[in-house]
Design a protein around this ligand. Structure first.
Ligand SMILES: [Zn+2]
Length: 323
């Protein structure tokens, strides 16, 4: 376990711990009412054993509480969480199946605990403290390996009737398209995610090795990764820029479809792929405008990059635990 303190204990009486459970690490932080992270700690995710993940969470919480007086714990997890924020129904990358995580952790730590979907927690953090601040109708799209998302409507997190809403990465954009891990074909995340970026780049490198020479930088086609493509695009490589144009186009098309349903005032684009900034968001914005129904006769949402980075999951889960 590594621990870092960014500031001295402030004792403002309204501290909560946010926990971000990912496939490779469990990260936790003490967060104050202004969304500032006062201290953090992390450890590797114990693989395949639900009880050990709960133990890891409890140990991180216990370590942070040695210095800080907190009143609640919020856990953000990549999975389907039931509406009462207690049970992980299903987590594709972890061993949880109908895992009563809230009660298991609450018993170990002796504090109120809530469990939230990780993308919902990130969206909430951006709404409260980041790029979505002040915009009560907001959609946050997390573009990582896949696509996750969170929806804030009228200042409230929209969870859906069963708690598993906002799984927008699995909205179908291409009937009969690429097979998705969810079992369907043509899901949005197969066209506008980090995985899609790599697929597009590898297809291009296979079809035109000469055009992709800079992007490949001596690597074999199958070794090409998302960060390689991002670095080449940031360096001005036209082939890599074109890859971002393609996934950005699909990203914007999805935003236009979401607008037809939700009419948000702002889209916040987060996740690892959003590190590319305007390389991704520029083409997304253009296709969002081009794909809007009734374009030219309606207000348009802003499309902006998230500002809280990788701490958003912790900050959002902690803030939601206070509610
Ligand atoms: Zn899918």
């Amino acid at each position: 376990m590594t621990t870092g303190s960014a500031a001295a204990p402030e004792g403002d009486g309204d501290l909560a711990i946010g926990v971000d459970v990912g496939g490779t690490k469990v990260a936790a932080g003490v967060v104050d009412a202004q969304g500032r992270m006062l201290a953090s700690a992390r450890r590797p995710t114990p693989s395949h054993a639900p009880a050990e993940v709960a133990d890891a969470i409890a140990e991180l919480v216990a370590g942070l509480r040695q210095e800080y007086d907190v009143r609640a714990v919020g856990i953000g997890a990549a999975g389907w969480i039931d509406r009462d924020r207690s049970t992980v129904l299903f987590a594709p990358n972890l061993a949880w199946r109908d895992e009563p995580l809230r009660d298991v952790v609450a018993e170990r730590v002796g504090l109120p605990v809530v469990v939230e979907n990780d993308a919902n927690a990130m969206a909430w953090a951006e709404y409260r403290f980041g790029a979505g601040r002040g915009q009560a109708d907001l959609v946050c799209v997390t573009v990582g390996t896949g696509i996750g998302g969170g929806i804030v409507l009228d200042g409230r997190l929209h969870r859906g009737a069963f708690g598993i809403g906002a799984e927008m990465g699995h909205m179908q954009v291409v009937p009969g398209g690429h097979l998705c891990g969810c079992g369907n074909h043509g899901c949005w995340e197969q066209y506008a995610s980090g995985r899609a970026l790599v697929r597009v780049a590898q297809e291009m490198a296979t079809a035109s090795p000469e055009a992709a020479r800079r992007m490949l930088a001596g690597r074999a086609v199958e070794e090409l990764s998302g960060p390689d493509v991002t670095a080449a695009a940031q360096d001005g490589d036209p082939a890599a820029v074109k890859c971002f144009e393609e996934i950005g186009h699909w990203l914007g098309q999805g935003l236009a479809s979401l607008t037809a349903i939700l009419d948000p005032g702002r889209f916040v684009i987060g996740g690892g792929v959003s590190d590319a900034g305007d390389l991704l968001v520029g083409p997304a914005r253009a296709q969002y405008r081009a794909g809007l129904s009734g374009r030219g006769h309606r207000p348009e949402a802003d499309v902006v990059v998230a500002t809280l980075g990788s701490s958003a999951g912790i900050v959002g889960a902690a803030d939601l635990a206070r509610r």
